[in-house]
Design a protein around this ligand. Structure first.
Ligand SMILES: NC(=O)c1ccc[n+]([C@@H]2O[C@H](COP(=O)([O-])OP(=O)(O)OC[C@H]3O[C@@H](n4cnc5c(N)ncnc54)[C@H](O)[C@@H]3O)[C@@H](O)[C@H]2O)c1
Length: 219
């Protein structure tokens, strides 16, 4: 990777998709792929692919293309997916429980170590074999277990206070599902996941497609 290079968020957002397709190619036993072939598969232009990967030093060879396994490993390393991350879930309601039960993350190196809630009726319950602990104890737990990521699944009103506590206790990343923009120290990364935003852009694209179809029919 080029040293000190500031990579745009748009490029970073495309990397997991590259990685996913490379994994599929590996499963099919494909060793190498040209940027043109990769382009028709993934739907980005070949020049976009070259530009994106050049941010990290290229990895392609003129006349050969990309080594599928090599590129997969490089992208995994760039994304930091060659390590394991310890996570806690805060809020053991509908969403917190769904995330705790979704074991795909575990296989990918993201391990849920603890779940916390303030509701006495939930404390002590086991979700996917992980006991729900009292939120009062979260700072000690995060410090002692060197937790990397906090997953915020509480109500909107509690989310900032939960984020403050998690940052104080030493997490380096927050995966935030509450519909609020969090204020955090500069060294803490936040990824907001808002399913409704995604649904709203779906509505926009559906309506735009429909309008275009209507206009084409009028011609
Ligand atoms: N991002 C998305 O796409 C998406 C989708 C669904 C829900 N949500 C949001 O996720 C959050 C959780 O939704 P849900 O349906 O699971 O709600 P829920 O009411 O079922 O669960 C929230 C849980 O948080 C706990 N809680 C509240 N304050 C807390 C605190 N300070 N510390 C620890 N636990 C605390 C509650 O006791 C409750 O168990 C909400 O903010 C909701 O708006 C986001």
């Amino acid at each position: 990777m080029k040293k000190d290079a500031k990579i745009s968020n748009a490029v970073i957002k495309r990397l997991p998709r590259y990685r996913r397709y490379l994994k599929e190619l590996q499963k099919k036993g494909v060793d190498k792929i040209s940027s043109n072939e990769f382009s028709s598969l993934i739907g980005y232009t070949a020049s976009q692919i070259r530009q994106d990967l050049n941010n990290f030093g290229g990895f392609g060879q003129q006349g050969y293309g990309y080594n599928v396994e090599g590129l997969y490993n490089e992208i995994s390393a760039i994304l930091g997916l060659d390590k394991e991350y310890k996570m806690v879930i805060v809020g053991a309601g509908n969403l917190g429980q769904a995330i705790a039960n979704h074991t795909y993350y575990y296989k990918a190196g993201f391990v849920v170590c603890g779940i916390f809630d303030i509701n006495p009726r939930l404390i002590g319950l086991k979700i996917n074999d992980i006991e729900v602990m009292d939120y009062e104890t979260i700072v000690d737990y995060v410090e002692q277990n060197q937790i990397d990521i906090g997953i915020i699944c509480t109500t909107k009103d509690s989310a900032q206070e939960v984020a403050d506590k998690l940052c104080f206790a030493g997490v380096r990343g927050l995966w935030n599902f509450a519909p609020i923009d969090l204020e955090v120290p500069e060294y803490v990364a936040v990824e907001n996941v808002h399913l409704s935003d995604s649904l709203h852009s779906l509505a926009y694209h559906m309506n735009r497609n429909y309008e275009e179809k209507e206009k084409a029919a009028e011609k």
